[in-house]
Ligand binder design. Structure first.
Ligand SMILES: [Zn+2]
Length: 456
């Protein structure tokens, strides 16, 4: 009942926006911030006000209009940055200044060209100054995971004494391993004077694909805030993905007995909104929010999911806002799945009619890899009118795999609702390596029993 609560700090609008191709204008940032509010994040890092007038305006407008969450603005450890951040943030209901300064020797020597002593003094002074303006101060020792650990303790003790209320431990370069990152958080809790008065935060990059694992290791060792982004966007390989962090805790409370405030049914629409705003599509196999995250193509999987979703699904699509799982119709699909999709498209076939639809479907699937609702509707139409469907379709190389709005509108079902959201990201699939359609006879490969033997 009294499980520790993890604060979700979303930095899609700051770190995320720094990723190539992901810049957003003020209106877009405002729209996304409103969605992040609906999603239930605790902190929105709205931007880096000193960086540009656009960033300043975005932070200010978000601070003025999004009132529930804490609104954070980033600032380097210097007076002009902190002043600019405060100017943008002071209208917020819950403002936070986020001050950062690199602490690793490599950053001190080559980037900042200051000594450790200068770094320590600058961090302390910056936090003290920020605290004179705003009660809620977060400090980040940039490149913390490559910082000499006793020096990191010293810096953290200094900024806590100067008034920091959250200390964030960035794995700026995505270099840490989960045990190592967890151990670092544990050591800080044990060694840093005053750490029990502040919140420890994680900020992990995904250069080795470990951002989520590292963040969770941090939480298990005492971190109570996780910095993350929608779709995991961010510098280089990105940040820890918000949706993965949130659902790991929801799906495995036996391992991660923590609470958080994310309204998980808003995850899919948040992901889609970001993709739509930036024009950067979500990778199809992205956990939680990718197009294929709840798709089952293999016949045996489809059959299992139709009988009981728990056979192949560890969470329901509805729980993350995908209306339902989408059974992908490809050449490995069985009659059962095809019949159901036809029903959802408004066509309830008798067994013999369905056999005919299935026969033509298999010939088509051999050519175009993935059969969309729009294709299926044409095929059904042709079967109903006795035409040879397969001849109508273009060669595989040119077949778009975007989803058709017409099919979505007709169906009103799970598949189409989810598909509709993807249609702006249509793309073309490569030519199928399949041999000439029909070279292997239907009877040889598509008896009903075979439906359940493929794709295990
Ligand atoms: Zn970062």
């Amino acid at each position: 009942m009294d499980r520790p609560r993890i604060r979700i700090f979303d930095t899609t609008l700051r770190d995320g926006e720094q990723s190539p191709g992901c810049s957003m204008n003020v209106q877009e940032k405002l729209r996304l911030a409103q969605q992040l509010d609906r999603l239930g994040v605790d902190v929105i890092e709205a931007g880096f006000p000193f960086a540009s007038d656009g960033d300043f305006e975005a932070v200010q407008r978000i601070a003025a209009s999004v009132r529930r969450p804490i609104i954070a603005g980033l600032a380097r450890a210097c007076t002009p940055d902190i002043d600019r951040a405060w100017q943008a943030l002071k209208v917020a209901a819950h403002p936070r200044i986020h001050v950062f300064l690199a602490t690793s020797d490599i950053h001190l020597k080559y980037k900042l060209r200051i000594t450790r002593e200068q770094c320590l003094a600058q961090a302390r002074e910056a936090v003290r100054y920020a605290k004179s303006l705003c009660a809620d101060i977060q400090f980040s020792p940039e490149d913390a995971t490559r910082t000499d650990v006793p020096f990191l303790w010293q810096v953290l003790e200094a900024v806590i004494a100067a008034g920091a209320t959250t200390v964030n431990i960035p794995d700026t370069v995505g270099y840490s391993m989960p045990e190592e990152y967890g151990q670092l958080i544990r050591t800080l809790r044990e060694k840093v004077a005053g750490i029990e008065k502040v919140t420890i935060s994680t900020h992990c990059h995904n250069d080795l694909g470990l951002a989520v694992a590292n963040s969770l290791a941090g939480v298990q060792n005492g971190a109570r805030q996780v910095e993350c982004t929608i779709n995991g966007i961010g510098e280089r390989a990105g940040n820890a993905s918000l949706e993965e962090i949130a659902m790991a805790m929801r799906v495995r409370p036996d391992r991660y007995a923590y609470e958080h405030g994310i309204a998980s049914e808003q995850l899919y629409s948040s992901s889609q909104m970001l993709a739509e705003i930036t024009g950067v599509p979500v990778q199809p196999n992205k956990a939680i929010t990718g197009r294929n995250a709840f798709a089952h193509e293999a016949g045996i999987h489809q059959d299992g999911v139709l009988k009981n979703p728990l056979t192949y699904e560890i969470m329901t699509p509805q729980s993350v806002g995908v209306p339902d799982s989408r059974l992908v119709l490809g050449k490995h699909s069985g009659r059962h799945a095809l019949g159901l999709r036809c029903q959802q498209l408004g066509h309830d076939f008798e067994r013999r009619e369905l056999d005919e639809v299935y026969r033509r479907f298999v010939v088509l699937a051999d050519r175009i890899k993935r059969v969309q609702d729009s294709h299926l509707l044409e095929l059904i139409h042709d079967v109903n009118h006795g035409k040879i469907a397969a001849q109508k379709f273009p060669p595989a190389a040119a077949v778009p795999v975007g989803f058709a709005r017409a099919a979505s509108a007709n169906a009103g079902t799970h598949a189409s609702a989810a598909a509709g959201a993807h249609e702006s990201h249509a793309m073309t699939i490569p030519a199928s390596a399949s041999p000439i359609p029909g070279a292997i006879s239907f009877a040889e490969h598509h008896t009903e029993q075979e439906d359940y033997l493929w794709g295990v």
